[in-house]
Design a protein around this ligand. Structure first.
Ligand code: G3P
Ligand code: CA
Length: 264
């Protein structure tokens, strides 16, 4: 792992806003990024996918149905997959009103818009969501990220990470962008010793769900020289547990709850 890539023992635990401050603003929008900045998150986590015409956009689900009004605007385009729409079509969608009326008019951001919104203020935890759906996205992300002033500045500060549940893809990304720290996400169980032993050779983080974590799992991750940011921890009790068990960072929809605990 690259020294200081993410683990900042002097600063204590890293406060990471999940999909932006998605507890109080619509996930994966610039409004959620701004809320995370206001609430004192140190890093902002968001998900990146690709449109039909090759634009990188910030959206979580493989379809647009849950977090936009796509069914209303394009009723005949079921199942409303992100990769079936052009950027111009996606920019017509409202990505805020499903959450609360005051966010009406929020748009699905492009990766470049996201980089400009996050970069001057906070660190970046970017998740490549379902990258297997988007051939060539590793090289495209490398090109876009390393061409971004905001991203390279965050990288120099040790404050930028690419993560994914798709470990094979993540390894490919690490090969094309060796200077960018990478984190393996785990769902449905904790990381195994074998997976960690392999990851230790090329990754920086192993990030399981809080429900899959024990103090022993965190120690095991650390024993391979990896750091761990646990997700998605939304209540104070869970946050205290993650902190006491030695997690390096906590990914939460409510960063202000975590900053409150850390400063008390
Ligand atoms: O950063 C961890 C977390 O984002 C993974 O789950 O489904 O919210 O992308 P998900
Ligand atoms: Ca995510």
């Amino acid at each position: 792992p690259e020294a200081g890539a993410d683990h900042r023992p002097d600063d204590g635990i890293v406060v990471i806003a999940h999909r932006g401050s998605s507890g109080i603003a619509p996930e994966n929008t610039i409004a959620a990024v701004r809320a995370a900045v206001r609430q004192g998150a140190e890093q902002i986590e968001n998900d990146v996918q690709r449109t039909a015409d090759g634009a990188l956009v910030i959206v979580h689900d493989p379809t647009l149905a849950r977090t936009t009004n796509v069914e209303e605007v394009f009723p005949d385009r079921s199942p409303w997959r992100v990769g079936d729409f052009t950027l111009a079509e996606i920019k017509r969608l409202d990505a805020g009103s499903w959450f609360a009326p005051e966010f009406t008019g929020e748009r699905v951001p492009t990766l470049s818009e996201w980089l400009r919104a996050v970069g001057p203020h906070r660190g970046m935890l970017l998740e490549a969501k379902a990258p297997e759906l988007y051939p060539g996205i590793a090289e495209q992300l490398r090109h876009t990220l390393l061409g971004s002033r905001e991203f390279t500045a965050a990288l120099r500060r040790g404050d930028a990470v690419m993560q994914s549940f798709n470990h094979e893809w993540l390894r490919e990304f690490d090969a094309v962008a060796p200077g960018v720290p990478v984190g393996l996400l785990f769902a449905g169980g904790p990381p195994s010793r074998d997976v960690l032993a392999d990851a230790a050779g090329w990754a920086e983080q192993a990030n399981p769900a809080l429900g899959d974590v024990t103090p022993e799992i965190i120690d095991l991750i650390h024993s391979f020289g990896l750091t761990t940011h646990v997700w998605t921890v939304n209540d104070g009790q869970g946050m205290r547990r993650a902190i006491n068990w030695g997690a390096d960072g906590v990914i939460t929809n409510y960063p202000q709850v975590l900053t409150g605990i850390l400063s008390s």
